[in-house]
Each structure stands twice: as C-alpha cells, then as structure tokens.
Design a protein around this ligand. Structure first.
Ligand SMILES: [Zn+2]
Length: 126
C-alpha cells in the first residue's frame, strides 16, 4: 500500500511543501550524514524553518570569543555552542527500527497527521 493512497487528496500540496521545509522537528533524534560531524547523533534543539537549518545537540560545535556583557549576564571568554546544520545533511533516526531514514506522511484513522519511517513504515510521531 502506498502512503499517499491514505492521504486526503492534498498530497501534491504536501510534497510541494515538504520540498521547501524539512519534516524534521524539535526533539527528533537525527544522525549527520555528511561533513566533519558525519555519523554523530543528537537531538534537535531548534529548527530554523525559513533557512532549512537545524541546531543539533553536540553537533557542529563552534567556539566563540565573547565579550562580557553584565547587563545581559553574559560572561566573557571562550564559549562553545552548536552552530546550525543544513537539514539536507542529516537524517532522522527512526524510533521504531533505529535506522536513519527518510520520512513519509500518513493520516491516521482518527485524522491525525503523522510522519512515518520509509524503512519500517513505523509511526514516528507518538
Ligand atoms: Zn523505522
């Protein structure tokens, strides 16, 4: 059974939209598939939808020299933080089968829209 047979007819619109924005959401577990952090896994801390970028825990760390700013309670010095990564460089790790996968969409019997794993057909959204 094909996934889009279960959709309500908006499939073309949805695929159009998913080409523009990543289906990955905050708190998803992802794996980096390209670049210096290839193979690293982490949780998505932030999705910058308009730039199609993701901030992932412990991935693509950069060091910044920061000036102290007492008014905003920022201490000076070397600060390490996560830089964003383009969404095309990561894949979601399926919570069902544990493999990196691409996502499909499905509408459940109760009308809920969920993302599904294309490898095991498991529902990613609980
Ligand atoms: Zn899966």
């Amino acid at each position: 059974m094909k996934v889009w047979e279960l959709a309500t007819g908006n499939w073309e619109l949805e695929t159009e939209m998913s080409r523009l924005a990543t289906p990955i959401r905050k708190n998803d577990n992802v794996v980096v598939i390209t670049g210096k952090d290839r193979g690293k896994r982490g949780r998505v801390l932030k999705v910058l939808a308009e730039k199609n970028r993701l901030v992932i825990e412990g991935v693509n760390m950069i060091k910044r020299h920061t000036k102290p700013n007492p008014q905003r309670q920022i201490k000076g010095g070397l600060v390490e933080r996560e830089a964003g990564l383009h969404a095309s460089n990561v894949q979601l790790v399926c919570p069902e089968c544990g493999k990196p996968t691409r996502l499909g969409r499905r509408i459940l019997g109760d009308g809920r829209k969920v993302r599904i794993c294309r490898k095991c057909e498991g529902v990613v959204d609980k």
